[in-house]
Design a protein around this ligand. Sequence first.
Ligand code: SF4
Ligand code: SF4
Length: 392
Amino acid sequence: MAQCTLKPDTEFTRALTEAGGESLKKCFQCATCSVACPMAPANAPYPRKEMVWASWGLKDKLQADVDLWLCHNCGNCSDLCPRGAKPADMMAAARNVIYKDLTSPSIIGKWMSKPSGLPFLFAIPALLWLVVWWIRAGYNGGEWFPRAANGRIVFGQIFYGDYTIDPIFMLTFFGACFILMRGVMKLWAMFKPEGGLTVIGKTKSWIWHLWDVLWDEVITHRKFDDCDDGPATQKSAPNRKNGHMLLVYSFCILAFVTAVVAIGHWGGKVIPMIKIETPMPLTFPVKILANIGALMLLAGLAVLTWRRMCLNPAKQVSSYYDWYLLGIIWLVAVTGVLAQCLRLADVIEPAFVVYYLHLVFVWMLFAYLPWSKLGHFVYRTAALVYVRMYGR
Ligand code: SF4
Ligand code: SF4
């Protein structure tokens, strides 16, 4: 008879427990969750098998488990679990523990995993932008809150785009992309799917699978309907699909606006006709679009925050990772809107301080992306492309 040696990793089980999977030991393997999950495929369904791997500390199995990334965290399985083992929380905890270790420096992943790391995460950009402020104030004859020649508040007087904001955010963004890419390659190399299908005939290129994933998961959020079409769970929480769509579309609008302003600014140096001056007037179309994006962001955040507050703690709880991401996006949105209001109200000191905080929070959002729940979006997309290519 073939023998199988199990290598339990107790440190991994402890990390899972800390990341939100503390109820997993209650599982008695009834498989109700796998039946309840609207996403699980018929061959080797989840999350029952993941529950047993997690409680045995089988880190290798969970790391190689592509199914972990198919889960939409809808909570149907937890609602119907007769033991209160919270399988949805365990699936989220396993993803958090795995992707936090995919990238280096791992110290950031450690800081990201608990509130005690927050002061370090905040201190890095706070110091960075303070040094920028101090240097620029030196150029302005020691003036920390200078006005433009026409007497208006212009944040660029201190946080000058060409030499501070643009290069710092470019480096941060592309640095985060590079770290994420390495993380994705590492994750992809670890996958060893259970219950594969043999794909006969011509298969599609990965690029078309990526398009299918973007269409189903990002653009239309169609897969979220499958969660709602699952077994009745008597849940009454705000619609997660609407909150997610508002957030995703607002990010797209704000990214588009940023790109247009960057093209207008840098392109305007070569083609003066396309030059965009900042700050833009409130009636300028790009500014109108930016403010629509900001309002959608606030609305999406409100829906998702309210939904998390409505969760029944006996069935599903929000982890520190969930609150960290929601919190940082709230701070980015609120400081962005507030900085604009204070600038228009012409109160110079608070306007500059709030704008400084806005830069700190935006930097935190992008620089720590590979270790935060937002990085999950990229890892998950990669995993979904993988499962479609694999034929799961
Ligand atoms: S998590 Fe709950 S529903 Fe799933 S197998 Fe364990 S006890 Fe059953
Ligand atoms: S949270 Fe939803 S998608 Fe994830 S395993 Fe449970 S039922 Fe399936």
